[in-house]
Ligand binder design. Structure first.
Ligand code: FE
Length: 138
């Protein structure tokens, strides 16, 4: 993983669109089925839209039917962090980029094998890179 990225709210606002700031930095959620990646099946990697870290691969992406891009595993356990989220009065587990702390989405335990996990992410939190390879290198 690259060096940790730390920025002030003002710095994030400068480099992110208002919607990306709302989701990545204020833990918002984009509406289902309107994001740019829930229906994308191309080969490549998905980077953090805030810091560029490679986070997920098309190899673990699957159609969950939820309307959000869904993966059963990250590229590396080290690249994502999870935290308990009780904001909506239901227990959910938040997923964040380990490098910059930005909000990506949530992980649920109703995914397919081999992990049984469903990383349910916001398209706006991701940046698809068709040239990327699963080991995270160009
Ligand atoms: Fe990041």
């Amino acid at each position: 993983m690259g060096e940790k990225v730390k920025k002030t709210d003002a710095e994030w606002r400068e480099i992110l669109s208002p919607q990306a700031y709302y989701v990545l930095r204020e833990k918002g959620t984009e509406r289902a089925f309107v994001g740019k990646y829930h229906n994308l099946h191309d080969d490549g990697i998905y980077r953090c839209a805030a810091c560029g870290e490679p986070l997920f691969s098309s190899e673990t992406k699957y159609d969950s039917g939820s309307g959000w891009p869904s993966f059963y595993a990250p590229l590396s356990e080290d690249n994502v962090e999870t935290e308990s989220d009780r904001r909506l009065l239901m227990a959910r587990t938040e997923v964040m980029c380990s490098r910059c702390g930005s909000h990506l989405g949530h992980v649920f335990e109703d995914g397919p094998q081999p992990t049984g996990l469903r990383y349910c992410l916001n398209s706006v939190s991701l940046d698809f890179d068709p040239a990327g390879t699963p080991d995270g290198e160009e």
